[in-house]
Design a protein around this ligand. Structure first.
Ligand code: UDP
Length: 357
């Protein structure tokens, strides 16, 4: 596929271009290439400065609309970042979460299979399910998955995302790549509850909000779960590694027995060097925030433990460890995330403190 970065005739469709990852991707495409962007979203506040860019066309709409889906699939490359991915909604609005994360992307996949577009679909590291505290490296193509019971509605999101992956992989004629993000963090992540969003955002935004408000950070079930936090800037570099390898792959079908480097693959995108328990994350964020504010860390409220059900509501359950194997992305794309945890947290928190000051 021709994906030369200096080719002005290429237009990439970015679905969810106004979201956290989408806004960074849009910025990177405009800076690093000569391409045009067809951007779709319902909310454009993060990308106000791009709305009049002559290389962009924006559509306010979502994948529930068949006409929107058909339009998106006219472009040769479609990056789908659209999803409901606010954890507190997985319990309270399971059916809506499932429609957003299965019905809509499945319809887009159907349209891309018909038109011949390459679909880069953002899934989630939650597809690995209810991983235990002693689980090891999660491998894209060999780690089995176990979810909690149906009464644990937290898994509504993960099961819908997993079904979408299976649907995409089983769809005849579709050229696809699946991305499984491991806790991306950075500027513009999520929202501040009560200011530009409602509900409980993901942990980074939640802890940042509490710090800015001078409130105690809440450690769900004591903060024992572990996550590998990954810079959104590394995530963008990963997408460009995909573009680069796809651009050099040509259009011919691979020879029998040959594994294509980019197509028909799911990739973990995470940073195994950045693993922390949530309690450790809270401590690091308090230290960094104290430094930003020029105060002693002891002057910030101490974290408090809360139960998952009390905090998120009935049906909450958790994954206790999510450690990505990144061997496949290294082998096939030459990509490895490189931003250390302290830099990730400082980038995010300084932005948050300034933005919501
Ligand atoms: N968590 C927490 N306090 C918060 C928000 C989240 O202790 O204010 C925990 C949550 O229970 C989970 C981890 O932090 O164990 C990561 O949660 P997040 O919502 O960021 O996303 P996840 O990685 O679970 O998809």
């Amino acid at each position: 596929m021709n994906l030369r970065f200096d080719d002005r005739s290429i237009t990439v469709a970015v679905v969810g271009c106004g979201g956290f990852i989408g806004s960074h991707l849009l910025q990177a495409i405009l800076c690093r290439t000569q391409w045009r962007v067809f951007g779709v979203d319902l909310d454009f506040y993060r990308i106000q400065d791009k709305l009049n860019d002559e290389r962009c066309e924006f559509l306010c709409g979502d994948l529930a609309d068949v006409a929107v889906v058909e339009r998106i699939a006219q472009f040769p490359v479609v990056v789908n970042l659209a999803a409901i991915c606010t954890p507190s909604r997985y319990m309270a609005e399971s059916a809506t979460v499932i429609r957003s994360n299965y019905d809509h992307p499945a319809a887009l996949a159907d349209a891309c299979a018909k038109s011949g577009s390459w679909l880069v679909h953002f899934s989630t590291s939650e597809v690995y399910g209810r991983t235990a505290a002693d689980s090891g490296l999660l491998e894209e193509d060999s780690t089995p998955v176990t979810f909690g019971p149906v009464t644990a509605s937290r898994w509504s999101y993960a099961t819908a995302k997993l079904l979408t992956e299976r649907y995409i992989a089983g769809l005849s004629g579709l050229r696809w790549t699946v991305v499984r993000p491991f806790n991306f963090v950075g500027p513009y992540m999520d929202f501040m509850p009560g200011v530009d969003g409602e509900g409980i955002p993901r942990v980074l935004a939640n802890f940042s909000s509490a710090l800015v408000r001078g409130e105690a950070l809440k450690l769900v079930n004591g903060g024992k779960a572990r996550r590998c936090f990954t810079s959104v800037f590394d995530a963008i570099d990963f997408i460009f590694a995909l573009f680069q390898v796809a651009g050099s792959a040509g259009d011919e079908a691979p020879a029998l027995g040959e594994v294509p480097a980019v197509y028909s693959q799911a990739f973990n995108v995470g940073n195994p060097d950045n693993e922390l328990t949530i309690a450790e994350l809270a401590q690091k964020m308090r230290e960094i925030y104290a430094e930003i504010r020029g105060v002693g860390v002891e002057s910030l409220p101490a974290p408090v433990a809360v139960s998952g059900e009390e905090y998120y509501g009935e049906g909450y359950d958790d994954s206790l460890r999510r450690l990505p194997s990144v061997a496949k992305a290294e082998r096939l794309l030459g990509f490895r995330a490189k931003t250390p945890i302290d830099v990730c947290l400082r980038d995010s928190l300084s932005w948050f403190a300034e933005h919501y000051a």
